[in-house]
Ligand binder design. Structure first.
Ligand code: GLY
Length: 360
């Protein structure tokens, strides 16, 4: 049922895009677009690859190739961590599903580019080359960066490249040390002193407060450490993912869809974040496969998926500009993308469904 909706919606969305455009959101009744440079440029092509994977229909392969090709220039970007999201979420599927050698070359180039802002002193990849207005930082590392390590591990494992694996493992270890609190919630951004590797501050940019648990940040953490366990077999990542997963379960509302920040005092009169739920659901399914108490993780994932597939969240054919899910939050503190469809919600929702489908 969801893939039928996804297929119909994605044809609509693909039709609305010019040769250099990528979908960003659907706000105030209109489709918001950007270029390959926006951090989300890999998700819509990734949605198309996943629809192709499920349906086997050639038209989705053709569209996926068209949309994926738009993202290729990002493979040379060396000062921004999102190259991992952008390239792995489309060229990763292209290589996996078609064996295309050019896609593999792109993955390799991008993985090496992603190490461009890694330093041994800090032991992490610097996430952003800019400072946002109202903030000051020197070497920002955001929890989202855990997701970009997948590109390093995919290529590192495939090519037996010790350096790529070293960068990913070092980043994951340092993040485990410095981003997390005693209750396994994490902050959004840790700023490091580049000369010494010391932590200078722990703050939020997209969450409610420096001390709060921004829902998508917790989702990136859950997904990131589950992925690192799958990629390395190191049980410390599994334990960490389980601790994060248990913490999230203890704080989720009954229908499984988190509010945008777990600490918002306005709960339940505030926004849900479908994107965080979709990322969590996909991660819980993966965690279920490897964890000792896996059953609980699958139960939560199924609940999240069923809620996302309900009328409340799933698009009716033809609405919301061709996106699949409603009710995500991009950046509430900056008053941007609040309660809107976003491409990463759709991407991880389909990924979660495919993961379940592969188990049947
Ligand atoms: N990586 C940016 C976000 O999660 O909004």
């Amino acid at each position: 049922r969801v893939f039928n909706v996804a297929a119909e919606q994605s044809l609509l969305l693909a039709e609305a895009l010019g040769p250099e455009e990528s979908p960003k959101a659907y706000e105030d009744g209109r489709l918001v677009k950007d270029t390959y440079q926006w951090w989300c440029s890999g998700f819509f092509p990734g949605v198309l690859w996943q629809i192709y994977e499920y349906t086997g229909e050639e038209q989705f392969k053709t569209l996926a190739e068209r949309e994926t090709a738009k993202v290729e220039p990002i493979k040379y970007v060396t000062d921004h961590h999102d190259v991992g999201f952008q390239i792995n979420c489309c060229f990763g599927h292209q290589y996996r599903l078609t064996g295309d050698e050019h896609a593999l070359d792109v993955l390799r180039t991008a993985a090496h580019s992603l190490t461009g802002e890694f330093t041994e002193v800090v032991g992490c990849i610097k996430s952003w080359p800019f400072v946002k207005e109202g903030f000051s930082w020197v070497y920002p590392v955001i929890i989202d960066n855990m997701m970009n390590l997948e590109l390093l591990m995919v290529v590192g494992n495939m090519d037996d490249d010790m350096y790529l694996r070293h960068v990913a493992i070092s980043h994951a270890d340092k993040t485990m040390e410095n981003h997390f609190r005693d209750d396994y919630t994490c902050c959004h951004l840790v700023d490091y002193v580049p000369e010494t590797g010391e932590v200078s501050k722990k703050i939020t940019v997209q969450g409610l407060a420096d001390s709060s648990a921004w829902a998508r940040g917790q989702a990136w953490a859950l997904y990131g450490y589950t992925m690192m366990y799958q990629m390395t077999g190191d049980r410390k990542y599994l334990h960490h993912a389980q601790n994060i997963g248990d913490m999230i379960i203890s704080r989720l509302p009954d229908d499984g869809i988190p509010y945008w920040d777990f600490n918002d005092p306005k709960i339940p009169d505030t926004y849900r974040d479908a994107s965080a739920a979709a990322v969590m659901a996909s991660a819980y399914i993966a965690l279920d496969q490897v964890a000792d108490n896996g059953k609980e993780y699958m139960t939560v994932a199924q609940k999240q998926i069923r809620t996302l597939a309900s009328k409340e969240y799933l698009a009716e054919p033809g609405e919301i500009g061709g996106f699949i899910l409603k009710h995500s939050v991009g950046n509430l503190p900056e008053n941007v993308e609040i309660d809107v469809p976003l491409p990463y919600a759709d991407y991880y929702f389909l990924e979660a469904l495919l993961r379940i489908n592969k188990m049947l």
